[in-house]
Structures are given as structure tokens and as C-alpha cells.
Design a protein around this ligand. Structure first.
Ligand code: KG4
Ligand code: ZN
Length: 340
């Protein structure tokens, strides 16, 4: 039986989620109320609508998380909440709720960074995993290579200079006429296509760079589609999707392996919504094995936004003695503080 139960709360984008995690590794409950159906008719997340949806659902998901875990508030040692980065109105709902629970029930509260939460999902999936390792956090808003030197000690090894990989998936999916959220829909379409059909560019950037850029690839796909339309030819969309996906996956995998080599670590991990892409997972697994690196990735439900990962990261903040005050704010932009 775990000693320390953490109740996590996540509302940074379009999932309202609460979860109870024991000793940072045991998921007792994970409740996710997705707003996908609400935002789909707008073709993407509408921030104001997201905030209102979070408000409607937040107390329900917290109650459900406790019920599913079979625990009362009196068993909770600590509350953990995502404070940024994300949609400010959405974050504020989670932060305000967490502060209210903390104040009313006298339970300490810790602030969690959304990217560190994604990274920490790997500890839930692999209880034996220990730092150091290099993690590619690849989501709708971020594409970052982070070295976790020790718990809560981060070094940023690379990041995107323009679009995040998930953003590129979503934008190209929209161009291909696919519904929101674009990533999973594009992956499905790509399954019936040839990844070598169209040689879309890979942005390797300067020799040895571990930064990313996806805007050139996005333009290349749009130019390709426009050229075919001007010629009066219909593109074979599964080939376009598969070739686009292959171009993104190649760059993500090779740059992560390069970053691990440069950092001198033998373990690589994957996190964030795009990490649920099966082609990315398979390619990563194969290339990591070829390079002699251990490869870790969370199960799909822990890749997209969820509060279990927040509770996991929160547990380490709790152990480190970090505490949020009632003046805790939410931050739309919030850099992950590197260690000295
Ligand atoms: O981590 P996440 O749930 O939210 C953010 O923090 O952004 O990631 C959402 C992103 C979206 O861009 C979505 O299209 C992408 O992850 N995504 C995928 C897949 N599933 C989700 N991208 C590619 N393939 C997938 N299977
Ligand atoms: Zn996320």
C-alpha cells in the first residue's frame, strides 16, 4: 500500500482530468473528460468554450477520481495542478479549483509544469525507470528534447524553432479534409499509404543541431497539393499522409538519438500526444535498438493529456518540499527552468 497519495488536476487544454496516484507510480484512478466532441464542429479548440467546459466538469472529475480510487480527501497527502503552459482561461479553472480544495481541506498544493508532467508519464508506465534519460516531449504545443539529469533537474537540449510536431499534424490533417483532432485521423489515413511515395523534405538544420523545424515540411505538402490540383490531377491522400508522417518521424527519431549520444546517456523516452502515434513508436523502438539505447514510452492513454502524469510529477515536487501558495498563478507561457 503506498504511503503518499497525490490527487492531480489537469485542465491546460481540452481535457478535464483528475487522478489519484500512489507514491508517484501506482495509478489508483484516472478520470479524463474529453471535450473533443464539443470542439470538433469548430475544427479546433476554442479557448473560451474550453474554459466553460472545464468549469462544468472539474468538480465531477475530482469526485469521480476519489470514488474510483476508493479514497476520501482525508487520505490525500498532496494536490498537484498544472499551472502552465497552456490556454490561460483553461489553466485558471484547474488552478482555482486546486487552491480552493487546498485551502478548504488544508491539503498542501504543488505546482506542476505541463511538459514535466508529460515526461513523468514514463515513470507511471515503467516503475523501474530512473534518471538520467533524454525525453522527446512531442505534443500539440511543444516539440522539446529534455535531459532529465535527476528528478526535477532538467536541461533543454533542443526545441522547435517554429511549429510543434502536433501542430503540423493538425494543420496538414485540416488541409487533407480530416476532422479535429488531426493527428489520430492523419495516422489512420496514412496506414493505407506508401511512406516513400513522395520525398517530402526533412529539416535537419545545421550539422549536429538538435533543434526542429516543421514549417518547411508543411509548405512542401501544401505546394505539392496545389501543384497537382493545378495540373488537374487528384492526389492519392493516403500516400500524402504516409509520406508527411514519415518525414516528421524520421527527424524526431534521429535528433533524439543524436541528443542522447551528445548527452552521453543510454536511455531515451517519448512523451506527449504525438507519442501515441504507432509509426513513431515502432520506428523509435527499431532505431533505439540499433543504436544500443534503452527505449521507454508510456501507454497511449498516458501520452495525451491526463492528470495521472501531473500527480506523478507532483509527488516528486512534494518530496522536494515545494509548495504553491494561495497566490499561485497560471501561466500561458512558462519555460521549464533548467538546472544550474
Ligand atoms: O499532449 P497533448 O494531448 O496536448 C498538448 O499538450 O498539446 O497533444 C495533442 C497533440 C495534437 O496535436 C494531436 O493531433 C496530437 O497530439 N496527436 C497525434 C496522435 N494523437 C494525438 N499526432 C499524431 N499521431 C497520433 N496518433
Ligand atoms: Zn499536453
Amino acid at each position: 500500500m503506498p504511503d503518499t497519495w497525490v490527487l492531480g488536476i489537469e485542465t491546460s487544454c481540452d481535457e478535464t482530468s483528475a487522478a489519484v496516484v500512489g507514491d508517484g507510480r501506482v495509478i489508483a484512478s484516472s478520470v479524463i473528460s474529453s471535450q473533443i466532441a464539443v470542439h470538433r464542429r469548430f475544427g479546433g479548440v476554442v479557448p473560451e468554450v474550453a474554459s466553460r467546459q472545464h468549469l462544468d466538469r472539474i468538480t465531477f472529475v475530482v469526485d469521480e477520481a476519489l470514488k474510483e480510487a476508493g479514497l476520501g480527501f482525508s487520505s490525500i497527502s498532496c494536490l498537484a495542478v498544472t499551472v502552465g503552459p497552456g490556454l490561460i482561461g483553461a489553466l485558471l479553472v484547474g488552478v482555482a479549483a486546486a487552491k480552493a480544495y487546498s485551502y478548504a481541506l488544508k491539503i498542501p498544493l504543488v505546482p506542476v509544469h505541463h511538459l514535466e508532467a508529460h515526461l513523468y508519464a514514463n515513470f507511471l508506465a515503467h516503475p523501474e525507470l530512473e534518471p538520467p534519460f533524454v525525453c522527446l516531449v512531442v505534443s500539440g504545443g511543444h516539440t522539446s528534447l529534455i535531459l532529465l539529469q535527476d528528478h526535477l533537474k532538467y536541461r533543454l537540449l533542443g526545441a522547435t524553432r517554429d511549429d510543434a510536431a502536433g501542430e503540423a499534424f493538425d494543420k496538414i490533417a485540416r488541409v487533407l479534409g480530416l476532422p479535429y483532432p488531426g493527428g489520430p485521423a492523419l495516422e489512420e489515413l496514412a496506414a493505407g499509404g506508401d511512406p516513400c511515395a513522395i520525398p517530402f523534405p526533412r529539416a535537419w538544420l545545421e550539422e549536429g543541431s538538435t533543434d526542429f523545424s516543421f514549417s518547411g515540411l508543411k509548405t512542401a505538402v501544401m505546394n505539392y497539393l496545389n501543384r497537382l490540383r493545378e495540373e488537374g490531377t487528384s492526389p492519392y491522400l493516403p500516400d500524402v499522409a504516409a509520406s508527411f508522417q514519415a518525414a516528421i518521424v524520421d527527424v524526431l527519431v534521429e535528433k533524439t538519438l543524436l541528443a542522447a549520444k551528445k548527452a552521453g546517456v543510454g536511455k531515451v523516452a517519448l512523451a506527449g500526444g504525438v507519442a501515441s502515434n504507432s509509426t513513431l513508436r515502432r520506428h523509435f523502438e527499431k532505431r533505439a535498438a540499433e543504436e544500443g539505447l534503452d527505449f521507454y514510452f508510456p501507454e497511449k492513454r498516458l501520452c495525451t493529456d491526463n492528470a495521472a502524469m501531473v500527480a506523478c510529477a507532483g509527488y516528486y515536487h512534494y518530496l522536494a518540499g515545494h509548495r504553491a501558495s494561495l497566490a499561485q498563478e497560471a501561466f500561458a507561457h512558462y519555460p521549464l527552468v533548467p538546472c544550474e
